[in-house]
Design a protein around this ligand. Sequence first.
Ligand SMILES: [Fe+2]
Length: 143
Amino acid sequence: MIKWNDTYKIGIGNIDSDHKKLFDIFFKIKNSNESGDVVEVITGIHELESYTNYHFSREEAIMVASEYKDYKIHKVSHDHFKHIIDCTVSLLMEDINYVNIGVLIGRLEDWLINHILKADMRYTSCFHDFFRSEFISESCVTA
Ligand SMILES: [Fe+2]
């Protein structure tokens, strides 16, 4: 099971804490799934859906404000992930047996790790420059 470590650190406090929170949510869903607690699995997936929406909005707002050049392609990636979760929630509402939770969580987790390590890492210097030049939430920049 994956755990948060400094490899995933962007160096922007609010974004790093969002990412840590997403790791925590995955951890909870996996534990609930392994112990067969269907109610907690569904609760966790709803939490994942709402927290990713919150987190992606935060990242996208900074991308727009900082005029990040790859904003559009990054947003497509976020929208793709949101679409998968939205579809999953719809299926779960129909019948939990429609979804192989173990496989689903593994795929979403792989997506998150790849996304942080590749797509999110690409915006770090742009975000750092933005916060430093604008003196906006400078305390957010931790590296
Ligand atoms: Fe992102």
